[in-house]
Every structure is written in C-alpha cells, then in structure tokens.
Write a protein of this length. Structure first.
Length: 97
C-alpha cells in the first residue's frame, strides 16, 4: 500500500534495515523506514500506517493528548512575533543563502 507521509530513502541498498520474523508458524518481513521530519528533533506521529488502513485517534494514546495551554500560548506568541519580524524585514538569513 501507499504510505500516508514521506520517508527518507536509503542511499545505498546496504543501508536498508530489514529482517525476517517468525510467529505462530508464520513468517513476516519487517522493513524499517525513517520518517521524514521538517527539522531535527521533531517527532511526527502518523494516524495510519498506510493510506488504505483506518486512521486512529492519536489523542487517545497516553502522552499524546492536547498540549498544555502555556505551551500553546508560548507557540502562538512566538509565531506572532516571527510574523511581525517578517513584515518588518528583520528575519535573519543563514550565511549559506
């Protein structure tokens, strides 16, 4: 099936992680894929393993509930400040630009 989001593809065939598992007289192939994330350190949760499978409610998973109001407020304030800097042309650019 099709993946619901992007993954990082291995550059070399030898970098692909896979193994064969046996359970209850059945054999399975497990392939490990690395999720593509917008930046390092961010955890991306998928609500379905394949596009053809049903979605789950991520908020029902312990530790994945709604963020606290203080975190959400801090994010909104930082976002507002960033937008203001963009309007005023005060955004820093990396030296690689």
């Amino acid at each position: 099936g099709d993946l619901p989001h992007s993954v990082h593809l291995a550059e070399d065939e030898d970098d692909i992680e896979w193994d064969i598992l046996s359970e209850c007289d059945r054999k399975f192939v497990r392939i490990t894929l690395r999720k593509a994330v917008p930046m390092a350190g961010i955890v991306v949760w998928w609500d379905q393993i394949l596009q053809q499978t049903p979605k789950i409610d991520l908020s029902s998973i312990r530790g994945r509930g709604r963020q606290s109001a203080s975190v959400e407020n801090a994010w909104e304030e930082a976002h507002r400040m960033f937008k203001e800097k963009v309007k005023k042309g005060q955004v820093c650019h990396s030296s690689e630009d």
